[in-house]
Structures are given as C-alpha cells and as structure tokens.
Design a protein around this ligand. Structure first.
Ligand SMILES: Nc1nc2c(ncn2[C@@H]2O[C@H](COP(=O)(O)OP(=O)(O)OP(=O)(O)O)[C@@H](O)[C@H]2O)c(=O)[nH]1
Ligand SMILES: [Mg+2]
Length: 336
C-alpha cells in the first residue's frame, strides 16, 4: 500500500481509486496508509450536501462541481449511500448524471456503498474524505441522503453543510425533520422551476428565524423573545442562508457558490477553522475510543453469554441496568 500512498500524493487517479477501495474494505495496512496520508490533510474545504431522497442533491453537486471547475478549483465528489437498498441503481444513476464531468482531470467522483461497513458510515466517510484531501483536491463535496443520524454525522465532518429541500417536500413544517435545519449552514430550495416553491421558501424561512438566535431574539420555551447576548454578539451567529436553485439548468448555482464563499469567509474571519477542527478531532477520538472498547468487549464475550443474560432480564430476575453493570465490569469467567 506504500506505493499507493505515494501515488495518491502525486495525484495519480488509479492509485487514488485503488487506495479508496482498500480502505473502504478495511484491508490490512489501511490504518498505516491513512496515517501516512494524515500529515497531508487539513487543506481541502469539505462541503456536505444532504437532504431528502430525490431532492436533487446529485444534480446540484454536479452543477456545483462544474461552477467550481469554472473557477479553476479541483473537486472531488464523494457519494455516500448508507441506507438505500437500491444502492447499485442509485450509484449508476449518479454516474450517468455526473457523466458530463467525466474526462475532466480536475474532478474525481467516488461512490461509497457503506451499507454494513465496519466502523460505521461516519468513520468510512471521514477516512475517504481524508484521502481525497491528501490527494490535493481544493474542494471535497460529500453527498449523503438525509436519513436519520447520517446527516448529523456529516455535519461533524464537513465545514460547510448544505441542506437541500424541494417544493412539495418542505411545505409541511412537520415534514421537515427536526435536527436537519440545525445543521444547515446553507439551505437550498432546489427544483425552483416546480410550483409551490415560494411556499417552501416561506416555511423554511420561518423555521430558520425561529430556530436561530438572530437580531437579539431567541427561542425560549418555544416563545420568540428578545434577549441580550453579552458574551456572544449577534454577528457571532451564522444565520443560515437560503438559496433557490434549479439544478437541472444551473439557475441559482452562482448564488449558491457565493453563499458557500460567504460561509467560508465568515469562518475564516473569525478564525473558526482551528476551533472547528479541534472539536471535530475530539469527537473523532471519543468515537474511536468507544468503538475500540466495544470491539474489545465483543471479543471477550460470546453470544451465548449475552443470550443467557438477556433471558434473565426477560424473566425479571435482573434489571437491564444491573445486567449491564455485570457484563461490563465482570471478567468473562464470572460475568453475571
Ligand atoms: N424539475 C427539476 N428537476 C430536478 C431538479 N434537480 C434535480 N431534478 C430531478 O430530480 C430527480 C432526482 O435528482 P437527483 O439529483 O438524483 O436527486 P438526489 O437528491 O441526488 O437523489 P438521491 O441521491 O436518490 O437521494 C432527477 O430526475 C433530476 O433530474 C430541478 O432543479 N428541477
Ligand atoms: Mg443522489
């Protein structure tokens, strides 16, 4: 894998593709390869693009990549599909859609089928993004379907998070998943050529204003109220920007790019990148510690043991809380 690492650092596409596969499959030597690349990371701007299935994320990412290429920036696209049972088809669709980017040496497209991947989607995505970062891409666009936990995990990886909505999906305020707006730095209402776009924009604007402490206002027990922020002046909150796009014809993409730039400048001017990175690293370390302790625990306990304890819990002879205490503390021979 050493040769692959060298190849990646020299910008060789084949080496990059092969190393990503090796790492995705957690082949022996993956960790060493990642460690060798790590000093070369931290330069790319990572942009997460998430949202409901079919909102137009891939189309938007393609349009965005074209616009970035137009400015001379190199772009890597990472499509993460953690949930879809139609993974093969979805990836094929994305490939066809993104075909107009093919042949451009400044663009690299990669789909990750992370279903059942060891160590989880977040860490697989993080590793792949790091390889792309080390390979020297200016921008790494990471597309994931907003399905539960994954969009929040992306927010921890990307510096800028774009949440994509489309008319008919976001009109009903209840339909907007709690939490997804909270991670949005930029909110895109795509398919602006469809009817109902203004309703969607209005609903989202309202939600954004309710959810963010701007203009000295914040939500308190569900009520909008005016408060002072002595330690946190208003300009220290990034108010998510809302951009209307029609990804299929490129309308609004320039505005979106300006909004991306504005967010980046906002982070840079406040020297937020180191802060962001240190929080991210802390998260990662805690996640990895948790995973490694759990892996160790699993290796020390067998299925029958766990089955036996779960039967005792079901029979009400022991409470779950005590069962766990025993399982975690007791050495294998005498557990519970
Ligand atoms: N009318 C219209 N259709 C669009 C627009 N953007 C995307 N579409 C269409 O919407 C469909 C879904 O687009 P995708 O880009 O695959 O959406 P996605 O969010 O990546 O979908 P998944 O990855 O499957 O979740 C495709 O048929 C696109 O051509 C748009 O701005 N207007
Ligand atoms: Mg897609």
């Amino acid at each position: 894998m050493k040769a692959l690492v060298q190849g990646v650092l020299q910008g060789e596409r084949r080496a990059l593709a092969r190393l990503l596969t090796q790492i995705e499959n957690r082949r022996e030597g993956s960790d060493d390869a990642l460690a060798a690349l790590f000093p070369h990371t931290g330069r790319a701007h990572l942009i997460g693009v998430t949202g409901a299935p079919g909102a137009g994320k891939s189309t938007l990412v393609t349009a965005l990549a074209k616009a970035l290429r137009g400015r001379g920036q190199s772009v890597a696209i990472l499509c993460v599909d953690p949930t879809s049972p139609f993974t093969g088809g979805a990836i094929l669709g994305d490939r066809i859609r993104m075909a107009d980017l093919a042949g451009d040496s400044g663009v690299f497209i990669r789909s990750m089928a992370t279903r059942g991947s060891l160590g989880g989607v977040a860490s697989a995505t993080r590793d792949a993004a790091r390889v792309l970062d080390a390979a020297g891409f200016d921008i790494v666009l990471i597309e994931t379907v907003g399905a539960g936990q994954s969009e929040v995990e992306i927010a921890r990886i990307a510096q800028t998070v774009i949440v994509v909505e489309a008319p008919g999906m976001g009109d009903d305020v209840q339909a907007i998943k709690a939490g997804i707006l909270e991670i949005a730095d930029l909110l895109v209402v795509n398919k602006a050529d469809n009817p109902g776009v203004d309703n969607t924009v209005r609903a989202l604007k309202m939600m954004l204003e309710l959810g963010h402490p701007v203009n000295g206002q914040m939500r308190h027990h569900g009520h909008l109220m005016t408060v002072d922020f002595p330690d946190a002046p208003n300009e220290d909150f990034w108010m998510p920007r809302l951009v209307k796009t029609t990804a299929i014809n490129g309308q609004g993409i320039d505005d979106l790019l300006l909004a991306v730039d504005a967010h980046q400048a906002w982070l840079r001017d406040r020297d937020r990148f180191p802060q962001f990175e240190s929080a991210q690293i802390r998260n990662e370390l805690l996640e990895r510690v948790r995973d490694s302790l759990f892996a160790r625990w699993l290796a020390e306990h067998n299925a029958e043991e766990i089955e036996a304890v779960s039967r005792r819990v079901q029979a009400r002879t022991i409470a779950p809380h005590d069962a766990v205490a025993n399982l975690v503390v007791a050495p294998k021979a005498q557990s519970v």
